[in-house]
Design a protein around this ligand. Structure first.
Ligand SMILES: C[S@@+](CC[C@H](N)C(=O)[O-])C[C@H]1O[C@@H](n2cnc3c(N)ncnc32)[C@H](O)[C@@H]1O
Length: 314
C-alpha cells in the first residue's frame, strides 16, 4: 500500500484544491499505454505527490519532474538521495527554533535573529554552487534543509528572490511551525525513488514527450491584477510573451510528438470578460473554466470564488 504523502513545501499557485478536477481529465489510458508522466513546472508538486501516493498510478513507469528553481530541485534531490542528513538538520532547527524563553518578547527576538541568520546562510550558497552539486549527483544537504526550514517559517510560504537571486521573504508569524516532519519526508523519499528530477527551462523536456506521455504544465499564473503578481518565483519572470511561447510549444508537442497535455492557469474572465488571451493562444485545445477558491490580490476583502482554466487536448 502507498503511504499518504503531503507536499513538503507550501508553494504559491499550489494545486491542492484542483487535483480532483485535473484528475478527471486524465486520459483513460494513463497508467496503461500512457505510462510516462512529465511535470515541467513542478513547484510544490501537489499533483505529483498525489500520483505517487495513489495505487492506481503504480504502473506509471516513468515520472519526470522539472523546475527552473535550482534550490527547489536541489531540495527534491536531497530528500530523494540523502533524507537522513536532511532530517537530522531539520530536527536541530526545530529544537532550536522552538526552545522556551522566559517571556514572549525574548522568544520573538530569538526567533527573528535565528530566521534571518538562517536566511543569510541559505543565500550564501549561490545557484552556481548548488548546480555543481546537482551535476555531481550530490545534492547540497544543508541548502535543502534551510530551504525547508525557511519555507515553514517565512511569511505565507512564499518563495521570492531579488535581482541577485537572493531569497528575501520576511519571517512569518507561525506559533508552532512544523519544521521536522519525519514520517512524511521518509515516505516522500521512498516515493521519489521512481522519479527523475531535472532542473532547467521547460523546453529541455521536449525529447521526452511522445504518444505515451501525459504532460501536466502549471506555469506561473498570468496575474489577474497588476498588484497580484505571483510570477517571480525565480530570477526569471514569466510574462505574456512567455505564456505565448509555452502555448506554441505545447501546440507543437501535442501535434508532432503526440503528447497528451493538461495545462492550468488563471482565467482572465474573472476580471475582464473580453480578455480572451488564453482562448486565443490555446485555440487548438479544449479550454474549461473551473470554479476554485483563491485570493485574487493581497487584499483579503477580494478573496472570492474565481475560475481557473484547465486546458487540454483530450
Ligand atoms: C505555479 S508554480 C507550480 C505550482 C505547482 N503545480 C504546485 O502545485 O505547487 C510554477 C513553477 O514554475 C517554475 N518556472 C518558472 N519559469 C519556468 C521555466 N521557464 N521553466 C521551468 N520552470 C519554470 C517556477 O519556479 C514555479 O515553481
Amino acid at each position: 500500500m502507498c503511504k499518504e504523502i503531503t507536499p513538503f513545501v507550501k508553494w504559491a499557485g499550489g494545486k491542492g484544491q484542483l487535483i480532483d478536477k485535473i484528475e478527471e481529465r486524465f486520459p483513460t489510458e494513463f497508467g496503461k499505454s500512457i505510462n510516462r508522466y512529465i511535470e515541467p513546472f513542478v513547484g510544490g508538486g501537489a499533483l505529483l505527490i498525489h500520483i505517487l501516493s495513489d495505487k492506481r498510478y503504480e504502473n506509471v513507469k516513468e515520472i519526470y519532474i522539472n523546475d527552473i528553481n535550482v534550490r527547489l530541485i536541489n531540495t527534491y534531490l536531497a530528500i530523494k538521495k540523502s533524507v537522513d542528513p536532511v532530517l537530522e538538520l531539520l530536527k536541530t532547527y526545530q529544537d532550536e527554533y522552538n526552545q522556551l524563553f522566559p517571556t514572549k518578547e525574548d522568544q520573538k527576538a530569538f526567533r527573528t535573529h535565528y530566521y534571518y541568520t538562517k536566511r543569510d546562510l541559505f543565500n550564501s550558497y549561490k545557484d552556481d554552487l548548488i548546480h555543481s552539486h546537482i551535476e555531481a549527483g550530490k545534492p547540497h544537504v544543508e541548502s535543502a534543509a534551510l530551504f525547508t526550514f525557511l519555507n515553514r517559517t517565512c511569511f505565507n510560504g512564499l518563495y521570492r528572490v531579488n535581482s541577485q537571486g537572493d531569497y528575501n521573504v520576511p519571517m512569518g508569524r507561525y506559533v508552532h511551525p512544523r519544521i521536522y516532519d519525519e514520517a512524511n519526508l521518509r515516505a516522500l523519499s521512498q516515493a521519489l525513488q521512481r522519479v527523475t528530477i531535472l532542473t532547467g527551462p521547460y523546453k529541455n523536456l521536449s525529447s521526452l514527450i511522445s504518444e505515451h506521455s501525459l504532460v501536466y504544465c502549471d506555469p506561473p499564473y498570468r496575474p489577474l491584477t497588476e498588484t497580484a503578481s505571483f510570477t517571480s518565483y525565480a530570477k526569471f519572470s514569466f510574462n505574456d510573451e512567455d505564456q505565448k511561447e509555452l502555448a506554441e510549444w505545447a501546440t507543437k508537442m501535442a501535434a508532432e510528438n503526440k503528447g497528451y497535455f493538461i495545462l492550468s492557469n488563471s482565467d482572465p474572465h474573472n476580471i475582464d470578460k473580453n480578455d480572451n488571451f488564453f482562448d486565443d493562444i490555446y485555440r487548438d485545445f479544449t479550454i474549461e473554466r473551473i470554479l476554485a477558491k483563491r485570493r485574487i490580490s493581497r487584499d483579503k476583502s477580494t478573496r472570492k470564488d474565481v475560475y481557473e482554466l484547465l486546458i487540454h487536448n483530450k
